[in-house]
Design a protein around this ligand. Structure first.
Ligand SMILES: Nc1ncnc2c1ncn2[C@@H]1O[C@H](COP(=O)(O)OP(=O)(O)O)[C@@H](O)[C@H]1O
Ligand SMILES: [Mg+2]
Length: 146
């Protein structure tokens, strides 16, 4: 569960200040699905970066199951990102020289998952989205959607 309170983000560029978020209060419950809509430049990506622990707010708190991501040390924040949060980025961010299987496996490397389990879980994930036959393909050998 997320509880955001007064989340503010200002980007500073020299003397110029950009107010990207101005006091966002938001609760996201367990099992909720949320769509964030708004005009370009409205702060959607900034808000996602706050929720994902990729960046910190200028002010306010971001409680994820009671832990304030805004105040968490870098090492603990890295652990939260690795274990608790999943990202699907707008651009693929796939490593071109690795196979589909190896690309999926890389997400488990920082967690210290042993190679056989890593391989099995990555293969299961790929099968579950219908890519069982493409595990050995590198990204350039697959379609955009795949
Ligand atoms: N790193 C940055 N430095 C300065 N201004 C930024 C930076 N990133 C985004 N902005 C500005 O913050 C505002 C919100 O941007 P963003 O969150 O990317 O909007 P959206 O994803 O809704 O299009 C915009 O006005 C944008 O120009
Ligand atoms: Mg955006």
């Amino acid at each position: 569960m997320y509880e955001l309170s007064g989340v503010t983000k200002q980007y500073r560029r020299g003397k110029e200040t950009v107010d990207a978020l101005a006091g966002v209060d938001l609760t996201i419950g367990e099992g909720d699905r949320l769509v964030i809509k708004g005009p370009t430049g409205g702060g959607k990506s900034t808000l996602l970066q706050m929720l994902g622990g990729l960046d910190r707010p200028t002010a306010g708190s971001i409680l994820l199951d009671g832990t304030d991501l805004a105040r968490l040390g870098e090492a603990k924040l890295t652990a939260v990102r690795g274990r608790t949060i999943g990202f699907v980025f707008q651009s693929f961010n796939l490593i071109p020289t690795l196979s589909a299987l190896e690309n999926v496996e890389t997400a488990l490397v920082p967690l210290g998952t042993k190679a056989p389990e890593r391989r099995e879980r990555a293969a299961d994930a790929l099968r579950s989205v219908g890519l069982g036959e493409r595990m050995r393909h590198v990204p350039s050998e697959m379609s955009g959607g795949q």
